[in-house]
Design a protein around this ligand. Structure first.
Ligand SMILES: O=C(O)/C=C/C(=O)CC(=O)CC(=O)O
Ligand SMILES: [Ca+2]
Ligand SMILES: [Mg+2]
Length: 427
């Protein structure tokens, strides 16, 4: 385990409450619509956003216009030396009061701006790294079999998702349509009747690899820039009918929401914790017993219509992000800047730490009561907000912000499908 740095980050001269999760210990990066209506890169500081696209041009003593395009893409690709150089400059600008006059003009009130998807999502993969979640889903999807499949403790199980439907927090989620099979065995087409959430962390790749290259466990920090929050919306009825034999397809490809802020790994050093013990010992490329292996003590909160329904903790995840990246590249598949891989649903051992509704309501048998009524799965109009924080240096908290989404009804089916009633089923 690496030692925890204990130096307190300097206070910022930007006015904010002292325990603000977006204090100078955090400095997450995002993209927003600037005053000129174009995308700009911003860094959150308290309740403000520093317009980095403009500030970098005016203040940085470098020719490199890293942030001109208004997305994080070029910065992500630039790699660890640049990430660290920029963070050092930002800390100086925002904590050294002698910069107040030169930097203040580039601060905007955060509530005035609209946030954009922070980077171009290249490939999107989603893992399944919580033992509690995997066992719960196994019990519900495969009753009569062992909860964990025989491969689960040998490799981080995952699937490739749909990068083009990754959306920024706040984007409405349209209830997906698709095939589902009733308990009686009838196959119908219609809006999902079992729309669910999955509370996850996403890891954002900056530095690419070439085809054939692999990323060893201890090379993780050379490639991965930071972390965001993910809600992997899931249509459980579509999923249950389609997933054998190739895994999730349309049940998870219609929308995946991410938080607008990407928190750099360097802000999460105080949140590193030892991963749980693994039994059996993983194969050599996944064996981190000789490495400075780490999980993250990120604590999430899931709210449905304004009421907290779960508080999952990331620290107990069985597989680490470094093991996931090593696994994802062991076959030589290349990484691209903007690859996003999510942890899998974060569920703990207790009922109030489960990261999906299918677990919280035990497959719909134990409804929850929230504003709006009793819920098993999501109704149209429901709003889900996932927030998270992690320990920062010297007693501070590092905020990961939030990922938010409201469910909208699907548009009417195309007219040429005729009278929908026979196959639409009912909601
Ligand atoms: O066990 C299954 O068949 C399905 C599991 C999931 O739906 C989980 C999934 O998408 C991965 C995760 O988020 O943990
Ligand atoms: Ca998932
Ligand atoms: Mg998804």
């Amino acid at each position: 385990m690496p030692t925890r740095p204990t130096t307190r980050p300097s206070r910022s001269w930007v006015p904010m409450r002292p325990d603000h999760p977006f204090g100078p210990q955090t400095l997450p990066y995002g993209s927003f619509t600037g005053p000129d209506s174009l995308p700009h890169v911003g860094v959150a500081i308290g309740d403000h956003i520093l317009d980095v696209t403009v500030a970098w041009r005016m203040l940085a003593v470098t020719d490199e216009d890293l942030f001109a395009a208004g997305s994080l893409d070029r910065f992500l690709a630039a790699g660890p030396a640049t990430w660290s150089h920029v963070r050092t400059a930002l800390i100086e600008w925002l904590c050294d009061a002698s910069y107040r006059e030169s930097v203040s003009p580039f601060l905007l009130p955060a509530h005035d701006v609209s946030m954009l998807l922070p980077f171009t999502v290249a490939d999107y993969a989603d893992f399944y790294a919580s033992e509690h979640h995997a066992a719960n889903l196994g019990r519900m999807f495969r009753p009569g079999s062992k909860p964990l499949t025989p491969n689960w403790k040998h490799m981080p199980i995952g699937y490739h998702g749909r990068a083009g439907t990754v959306v920024v927090s706040g984007t409405p989620v349209i209830r997906p349509r698709g095939q589902r099979r009733s308990a009686a065995g009838d196959v119908t087409v219609g809006p999902s009747l079992r729309l669910d959430i999955e509370a996850e962390l996403g890891f954002v790749v900056g530095v690419p690899t070439a085809m054939g290259e692999t990323v060893a466990l201890d090379d993780f920090d050379s490639h991965v820039f930071g972390v965001c929050l993910v809600n992997d919306w899931s249509a459980r009825d579509l999923q249950a009918w389609e997933y054998v034999p190739l895994g999730p397809f349309l049940g998870k490809s219609f929308a995946t929401s991410v938080s607008p802020w990407v928190v750099p790994l360097s802000a999460l050093r105080s949140a590193r914790v030892a991963p749980p013990p693994r039994d059996p010992k993983p194969v050599p490329y996944l064996d981190d017993s000789q490495e400075a292996a780490w999980g993250l003590d990120v604590r999430l909160e899931v709210a449905l219509n304004g009421t907290t329904i779960s508080e999952p903790g990331f620290a107990q995840m069985y597989w680490t992000a470094a093991q996931q990246l090593a696994h994802m590249t062991v076959n030589g598949a290349r990484l691209r800047t903007g690859d996003l891989f999510a942890s899998g649903t974060i569920s703990g051992p207790t009922k109030d730490s489960r990261g999906s509704l299918i677990e919280l309501t035990w497959n719909g048998l134990e409804p929850l009561t929230v504003p709006g009524g009793r819920r098993t799965f999501l109704e149209d109009g429901d709003e889900v907000v996932i927030t998270a924080t992690a320990p920062g240096p010297a007693g501070t908290r590092v905020g990961l912000g939030e990922v938010r989404g409201t469910v909208l009804p699907p548009p009417a089916p195309p007219a040429r499908s005729g009278a929908p009633s026979a196959h639409e089923g009912t909601r």
